[in-house]
Design a protein around this ligand. Structure first.
Ligand SMILES: CN1c2c(nc(N)[nH]c2=O)NC[C@@H]1CNc1ccc(C(=O)N[C@@H](CCC(=O)N[C@@H](CCC(=O)N[C@@H](CCC(=O)O)C(=O)O)C(=O)O)C(=O)O)cc1
Ligand SMILES: N[C@@H](CCS)C(=O)O
Ligand SMILES: [Zn+2]
Length: 774
């Protein structure tokens, strides 16, 4: 029977109930029973929503306390031995790996393919062994079955889990595959016995360029698992798998899911190969963006498929999990009705999927109201004057004619900057944000709710900035920042001030663990009506004689971390953003700000998954950054910052950005990334992150010392900066100051020794007793 389903639902809750409960639990204000009750309630509500919308199956296994890949790590008892956990991982052990402990840094956090969601990276080596832990997943399956739902269990495919795991360099992870299949095997047999309707194996790695050995492994995996499992739906997502059509058709699986939003052209290749007696699930409702589905276009695609594949074996779905979109558009009462009419959040997408199923089976007449309403909204969007600005288009056309670049080469600029800034060897700095304290957030909430006026709000922000400057003075940092107190988020803040952007009030999307972001929506041409950061930066600089780093979010990060219009190519939107931000850079320079950081943490994330598409992206992404940054004088120092991504494969593009200084995340990988920068002979200054800011764990002086020493082994001291690996907004002041104090002190020791030519003799400062682990 034609079935309607989604690949997963957001778990954080319409009111971010899971976030609130998790943070209360971590702070000791909610016990495990209370936390579990919140999780169970959310699951119940989300299953009921799927059922009420008319979907044929509900997803079980998409709920996670922190991350769904980490759930599989717990389910298969694959904790790295360094955590010293018992074989059966419990909730406390799960959180210990996610957040780090006094003794152990957390698992590395990595970007989930090209999304802004972060997964916890499993760690494997030749001693890794697996066993099914029945405390995970199975109780949730029983929960859903007992509520009478038709259950589709969602699991990371074994090859995706293994591919994403980190391992020692020379170790072949595939050698663990047969061991990993054992617990899968046992689990699938149990799911079968429980009466689960289907198991969805998410295998997003199929959208990458995979080595043959991994592609070959698909056959043995699914041959082994299929005989004991409920019907297996292998879900591909985030790109086309057309080149694997023949190979996938040979797998002994019941169904295949295609992401037709990211890979619309793959349908024909799959229809050529995919056997008629098996299920083909077509992901036509976009799980990555919030634009309303063009129901007629989606129906046309489905009908084209139905001409070549039996209708009762066609499923209709979301392109990927709805994890990446906010919960419910009905909460957005403050959004302009015109704009709201163009959108669909997760809840509305459930209806879209169900409507498409009805339309496909019963014809247009059965969904006439929905079709007419969509036609009206989409037509209105196409004709809207608010999306088009002739001035912006003309400026972009003019700017596209030339390549942007700094006036002089790095060496000449560096000399002028040294003279202008007068910084010591191994300058110390931070990445931009300081703790977003309760009073800061409360003042912003009060201002938003009009309980305080603009003057009172600004006074609170100025107070926070003054406080941050004083603390940085006391710590002895060399390059100061204003601390970003006034920013709710590094992307949303700019979105609020740029034309062409709209903001939601409740459009939260999980980024990692309990942390959420509210991506702004780019619906029209982008421009900058007025300076965005000048006032705060000037104020901060007025409080110090030290250099103060201006702080901007770069064009590619603005693009990647927003919901972007789908009626204009992404490279054009990037160009518009670059020109708007370029104006801000120049205003900062004119105001006497000698160092300007343009954050581009998302530049790697935007990289297409397939090699063949990468050069074109990197070309326009680098151009956008250079256009933003290169209009300044040689003596103005441009910094950039990147975090939580694998940068090895884009080092030439990173070098082509030609930022004078780059700060990067390296601490969770213990500087492994820095080796890549060194091997590539990265030419400009580097600040490898010396400690992980996403964990409340205080770095020990020994660790800081060892990491700085490793950095000095591969980067000349004259080009090395000392900093944490990302902004400090998620931390509290006591742990922030304690960590920075250690960092500054280690830098000072090395500086003294290097100046005295006695590098080898440097010893770590004595370890302080307490740890700020909370
Ligand atoms: C650097 N990172 C970022 C990514 N993406 C972004 N868009 N931004 C980023 O900074 N991707 C990669 C990483 C991910 N890292 C993080 C780190 C931290 C957070 C985070 O802390 N998120 C906050 C929400 C931040 C925010 O928008 N705050 C607003 C609203 C706060 C709020 O909830 N207010 C309450 C009232 C509170 C009160 O005190 O009364 C309300 O409105 O109901 C603000 O400060 O005004 C989080 O809480 O999860 C995310 C990604
Ligand atoms: N300047 C930002 C960068 C985060 S990636 C911050 O410090 O939070
Ligand atoms: Zn960062």
């Amino acid at each position: 029977m034609t079935q309607a389903h989604i690949l997963g639902f957001p778990r954080i809750g319409a009111q971010r109930e899971l976030k609130t409960a998790l943070e209360a639990h971590w702070q000791g204000r909610l016990d495990e029973t209370g936390l579990r009750a919140v999780g169970a309630q959310l699951r119940r509500e989300h299953w009921q929503q799927q059922r009420d919308a008319g979907l044929d199956l509900v997803c079980v296994g998409d709920f996670a306390w922190y991350d769904h890949l980490h759930n599989a790590t717990a389910l298969f008892s694959a904790a790295p031995t360094r955590f010293g956990l018992p074989r059966s991982i419990d909730l406390a052990g799960y959180f210990a790996m996610a957040r780090g402990t006094e003794a152990q840094p957390a698992l590395a956090m990595k970007k989930w393919f090209d999304t802004n969601y972060h997964y916890l990276q499993p760690e494997v080596d030749e001693s890794t062994r697996f066993a099914l832990n029945r405390d995970w997943l199975l109780p949730e399956v029983r929960e859903a079955l007992s509520l009478g739902h038709a259950v589709k269990v969602v699991l990371p495919g074994p090859l995706t889990w293994l591919w994403l795991a980190s391992a020692p360099t020379a170790f072949d992870k595939l050698s663990l595959l047969s061991l990993l299949l054992n617990p899968y095997f046992v689990l699938l047999a149990e799911l079968n016995a429980l009466g689960v309707a289907s198991v969805q194996f998410d295998e997003p790695i199929l959208a990458l360029d995979l080595p043959d050995a991994w592609l070959d492994a698909y056959r043995s995996v699914y041959r082994e698992l299929a005989p004991v499992a409920p019907p297996i739906l292998l879900a591909t997502l985030f790109g086309s798998v057309a080149e694997h059509a023949a190979r996938l058709s040979e797998l002994p699986i019941a169904g295949l899911h295609l992401d037709l939003v990211r890979g619309p052209d793959q349908l024909d290749a799959l229809l050529d190969h995919w056997p008629a007696q098996r299920v083909l699930s077509l992901g036509v409702v976009d799980g990555r963006n919030l634009w309303r589905c063009d129901l007629r276009a989606a129906l046309a695609t489905l009908r084209r498929a139905a001409q070549r594949h039996p209708l009762d074996r066609l499923w209709i779905g979301s392109s990927c999990s709805l994890l990446h979109v906010p919960h419910d558009l009905r909460q957005e009462q403050e959004l302009a009705p015109e704009l709201r009419d163009w959108m669909a959040f997760a809840t509305q997408k459930l209806d879209e999927v169900a409507t498409l199923r009805r339309g496909l089976i019963h014809g247009d007449a059965a969904i006439a109201d929905a079709l007419n309403d969509t036609d009206r909204a989409l037509d209105q969007r196409r004709r809207a004057a608010t999306t088009h600005c002739a001035e912006v288009r003309e400026r972009c056309a003019r700017s596209g004619e030339r390549r942007a670049g700094r006036a002089s080469a790095f060496a000449q600029r560096a000399a002028k900057q040294r003279a202008a800034l007068n910084l010591p060897l191994l300058p110390t700095t931070t990445i931009g944000s300081f703790p977003q304290t309760a009073p800061i957030r409360a003042a912003r909430a009060a201002y938003r709710q009009q309980r305080i006026d603009r003057a009172a709000y600004e006074a609170t922000m100025q107070h926070a900035i003054r406080d941050a400057i004083e603390r940085q003075h006391a710590l002895g940092l060399d390059v100061l920042v204003h601390g970003e107190a006034e920013r709710n988020d590094m992307v949303e803040y700019f979105g609020e001030q740029l034309s062409g952007f709209a903001l939601t009030a409740h459009g939260w999307v999980q980024s990692y663990g309990s942390r959420c972001v509210k991506p702004p929506v780019i619906y029209g041409d982008v421009s900058r009506p007025a300076p965005m950061t000048l006032q705060w930066t000037r104020y901060a600089q007025s409080l110090t004689d030290k250099p103060l780093k201006g702080m901007l979010t770069g064009p590619i990060t603005m693009l990647c971390w927003s919901f972007v219009r789908d009626d204009v190519p992404r490279h054009e939107v990037a160009l518009q953003l670059a020109l708007a931000l370029r104006d801000e850079v120049q205003d900062l320079e004119q105001a006497g700000i000698g160092i300007i950081q343009i954050d581009e943490p998302a530049i790697r994330e935007g990289l297409p998954l397939k090699q063949a598409d990468r050069a074109a992206y990197l070309d326009w992404a680098v151009h956008a950054f250079r256009l933003t940054s290169c209009g300044v004088d040689d003596a103005t120092q441009i910094h950039t910052h990147m975090c939580y991504s694998e940068f090895r494969d884009i080092l030439p593009a990173i070098a082509a950005l030609d930022a004078d200084v780059i700060t990067i995340e390296t601490s969770r990988s213990r500087m492994a990334l820095l080796d890549a920068f060194a091997e590539f002979a990265y030419p400009n200054d580097i600040g490898p992150g010396l400690y992980d800011i996403h964990s409340p764990r205080l770095p020990s002086p020994d660790e800081l010392h060892a990491l700085l020493r490793r950095a000095l082994d591969v980067i000349p001291a004259e080009r090395l900066w000392v900093n944490p690996d990302c902004g400090l907004k998620t931390r509290a002041w006591p742990e922030t100051e304690a960590a920075l104090q250690r960092m500054v002190s280690i830098a000072a020791q090395w500086r003294r020794q290097l100046s005295a030519g006695e590098a080898a003799a440097v010893k770590p400062v004595a370890a302080e007793t307490s740890s700020a682990f909370d």
